[in-house]
Design a binder for this molecule. Structure first.
Ligand code: GDP
Ligand code: MG
Length: 312
């Protein structure tokens, strides 16, 4: 009798290399320091949305980076800041909860500007935790060499015991050094996710985030914090994927802004989102968008839970 040969690679078992490490890394920092950008840079693909508008990451996202010697599960957290309303409180809570369950904390700062009061709030929070902390100074591409040392000193003085790692999430400079510094701080262990995995975000949530990202990019002030996106339908339709989504806002004036003159704004949002989706999902996308007014959705705990912003 012939011994059957496994048909696919995934049935072939490979042992964990000796000395392999795996664990959780929380990215902590005030809004806009580049947490989401770093995450995308590290996993090499877009898994988190980024925006010039602060506070765009609402849900906790896990991105997974597997190297030859370790697997890092990176938690992108909403930026820590002082809360102003219910949604704000939930965001801070999610960030705080992330710290409790991880092996290492990567405190991210915008290293192109001197340490500010917002950073101090983050650093004070970090002084209370038991895990090792690395201090990541992002946006080094914006720093001119004469100012660099002085900037480094201001951060190092604020948290003397933490190793300082300058990098640029946009260009990727310094990012492999960052990973090399993180790896030895993880416990020995096997892979937590299959080697090719880059995110644990449910597909629908990622799609909704890509639409929200376009809203943030194309509109300003009034819109960002009062918008939520829900994917109503997601279907394979021949070679293409058909998506039906509702964009929720709080006021009818915002609905007007989102739709724009003759529907121009909504069209631009749809086109932008579709292009991003095609990159991520690797195939043609048909996207239909509706705008709906849901007064005060941010103040309603039930509504927040429905949209995935869970209090924990
Ligand atoms: P988060 O709120 O911490 O997740 O920040 P984002 O990743 O959304 O980034 C906020 C803004 O900073 C975006 O406009 C990014 O393009 C920008 N940014 C992030 N990293 C860098 C960097 O290394 N260099 C420069 N020049 N801009 C960056
Ligand atoms: Mg973010």
């Amino acid at each position: 009798m012939q011994i059957p040969i496994p048909a696919t690679e995934d049935v072939l078992w490979s042992p964990t290399p000796e000395g392999f490490r795996s664990g959780f890394v929380a990215l902590i920092g005030r809004p806009n320091v580049g947490k989401s950008t770093l995450l995308n840079q590290l996993v090499g693909e877009k898994v988190a949305i980024t925006s010039p508008v602060a506070q765009t990451t609402r849900n906790r996202l896990r991105a997974i980076l597997t190297t030859a010697t370790a697997q890092l599960v990176l938690l992108d957290t909403p930026g820590i800041h002082k809360p102003h309303h219910l949604l704000g409180e939930r965001l801070v809570q999610t960030a705080r909860n992330s710290i409790g369950e991880v092996d290492v904390v990567l405190a991210l700062m915008d290293g192109s500007v001197p340490l500010g009061r917002g950073d101090q709030f983050v650093l004070d929070l970090l002084k209370q935790i038991r895990q090792p902390v690395l201090l990541g100074l992002n946006k080094q591409d914006l720093v001119n060499p004469e100012e660099q040392q002085e900037l480094f000193n201001s951060y190092q003085d604020a948290l003397p015991e933490a190793p300082l790692l300058p990098f640029s999430a946009t260009t990727g400079d310094g990012c492999s050094a960052l990973v090399e510094a993180l790896e030895p701080l993880l416990p020995l262990g096997t892979m937590l996710y299959p080697a090719g995995t880059i995110s644990d975000q449910p597909e629908k949530l990622l799609l909704a985030e890509l639409i929200r990202e376009q809203v943030l990019h194309l509109t300003r002030e009034e819109i960002p914090h009062s918008v939520a996106v829900q994917i109503e339908r997601l279907e394979e339709d021949g070679p293409r994927t058909a998506i039906l989504a509702t964009v929720m806002v709080e006021r009818s004036s915002q609905k007007g802004i989102l739709i724009g003159k003759g529907g121009a704004m909504l069209k631009a949002i749809g086109t932008g989102a579709r292009l991003q989706m095609q990159k991520v999902f690797d195939g043609p996308i048909y996207l239909e968008l509706f705008v709906k007014v849901v007064p005060h959705w941010r103040q309603k705990p039930g509504r927040l839970a429905e949209l995935g912003y869970q209090g924990e």
